[in-house]
Design a binder for this molecule. Structure first.
Ligand SMILES: [Zn+2]
Ligand SMILES: [Zn+2]
Length: 145
């Protein structure tokens, strides 16, 4: 009875077409999900082929499982963030120089750290400006040290 009622609807070419489009969409969506999972797992250093297969077999439930157990962040991202932090630290160091021994702020032209007395710079023998300890010539007056 139900089937008899439904059959003309199902035979309608428009319904059949939309049914087929739905399937097509589902297949493309599944493949895209598999591809996304595979790539994401590879980026994060997880077993990419395994998770790709899981999503291929179980579809969205498999994908949800992957989202729960996947590693928190990719190795590349982690390294990138580390580099970013280090660059920011170097930038801070450049703008607000600090003593390498006690980490208290110092001025660029300090010869020693006022807090711990560590030698930071040397004085030019000719013009008296603050020079880095490893400089062999004064860049201000060209005098060899
Ligand atoms: Zn110091
Ligand atoms: Zn000098």
């Amino acid at each position: 009875m139900f089937n008899e009622l439904l059959q003309p609807v199902l035979d309608n070419p428009l319904v059949q077409l939309s049914q087929r489009l739905c399937w097509l969409f589902f297949v493309i969506f599944s493949l895209a999900l598999v591809f996304w999972t595979w790539r994401d797992a590879e980026r994060r250093g997880a077993m990419s082929w395994f998770w790709g297969l899981v999503v291929l077999l179980f579809n969205i439930p498999g994908w949800i499982v992957y989202m729960v157990v996947r590693p928190p962040e990719s190795l590349a991202d982690e390294r990138e963030r580390e580099l970013e932090i280090r660059a920011r630290e170097a930038e801070l160091q450049r703008r607000f120089p600090s003593c390498p021994a006690c980490f208290k702020p110092v001025e660029d032209d300090y010869l020693i750290c006022p807090s711990c007395m560590k030698k930071l710079k040397k004085e030019c023998i000719s013009c008296g400006r603050a020079l880095k300890l490893d400089w062999t010539v004064c860049p201000y007056c060209k005098t060899k040290q």
